[in-house]
Ligand binder design. Structure first.
Ligand SMILES: [Fe+2]
Ligand SMILES: [Fe+2]
Length: 311
């Protein structure tokens, strides 16, 4: 009886567009869903640094190098805010990190694709950060306060990421025939995985409805995906690149683009750990964690020293 009353109050509170804060009562399933979602998001930010870090030493100019370095560093910061947001729900950060390192936690499937040319840096900023923004702008209005507030700051930075990517790929698209070809090839390889970033179709996304009811999510996977396609097609056209989808066409009546079938077998295969770079990413992440051991030790020792001095 007590629980039902609590649940009802909780739902009313959420429906009134009030934010849930860390010390408020919340259903266990709400807490669990958020910990899972926020930690997966944090892992994605952290693993997402790897495909781009791959190009920092090979950026074609100092300007591009500085921009890319700043962008990759931003992603580390996003991971940091998000792990902190997960901690406000009582999650143990050490445990979350371990779940990433031992492969039991998920992160966005997009980061299991290789970055083979410089044009991929443009395509990632333009498409991958562009898709992330669609999702994250929605999350600035999510019902859990700390998550929503982290998203406001993250979105400002993501918008810089998207623009630097579009600018980089525009430069290639307007360059020599070889550069233009490189830009088109990057779009060809990143387009479909970017559409997969929004997750399964609404009929195959069983947890979505509950998340919408709790206002963790505000828009469905298919709605967000459609928004992304509608926004991106014109951007490709503007720089003379072709979206690699023969079924893509404008629908005058709905005011939206129709697009071809997504290869869901590929999506589930990558999620299961069999994408082109899953093993490589986990190995790199584990090595980085091991190599950072001395930094954590030093930071802990310093914190201890400061504490005892203060005492
Ligand atoms: Fe990010
Ligand atoms: Fe980003």
């Amino acid at each position: 009886m007590e629980d039902e009353k609590h649940l009802e109050n909780f739902q009313n509170y959420v429906d009134a567009e009030k934010k849930i804060e860390p010390k408020d009562w919340m259903p266990e399933a709400y807490r669990k869903t958020l910990i899972r979602q926020i930690s997966q998001h944090a892992h994605s930010e952290v693993v997402g640094m790897l495909p781009e870090a791959n190009w920092i030493t090979r950026a074609p100019s100092l300007r591009r190098k500085v921009i890319l370095l700043a962008k990759v560093q931003d992603e580390a910061g996003h991971g940091l805010y998000l792990y902190s947001a997960a901690e406000t729900l009582g999650a143990d950060r050490q445990m979350l990190v371990e779940q990433l390192l031992d492969g039991t936690a998920k992160y966005s499937s997009i980061f299991n694709y290789p970055t083979v040319t410089w044009a991929d840096m443009g395509a990632i900023g333009w498409l991958v950060d562009g898709a992330a923004i669609m999702n994250q702008v929605m999350l600035t209005r999510t019902s859990y306060g700390p998550y929503a507030r982290a998203m406001v700051r993250i979105c400002k930075e993501e918008s810089f990421h998207q623009r630097q990517g579009y600018e980089a790929i525009t430069a290639l698209a307007q360059g020599s025939p070889e550069q233009k070809e490189m830009a088109q090839d990057a779009l060809n390889r990143w387009w479909w995985p970017s559409l997969m970033m929004f997750g399964p179709t609404d009929d195959n996304s069983p947890n979505s409805q509950q998340s919408m009811k709790w206002k963790i999510k505000r828009k469905s996977n298919d709605e967000l995906r459609q928004e992304f396609v509608d926004r991106t097609v014109g951007q490709a056209e503007a720089i003379g690149l072709t979206i690699p989808d023969p079924d893509l066409k404008w629908n005058e009546e709905t005011g939206h683009y129709e697009f071809g079938e997504i290869n869901w077998d590929e999506f589930y295969n990558v999620i299961k750990g069999n994408g082109p770079c899953n093993r490589e990413r986990l190995k790199a992440r584990n090595e980085a964690h091991d190599n950072g051991e001395w930094v954590r030790e030093a930071a802990n020792a310093y914190a201890k020293k400061k504490k005892s001095k203060a005492a």
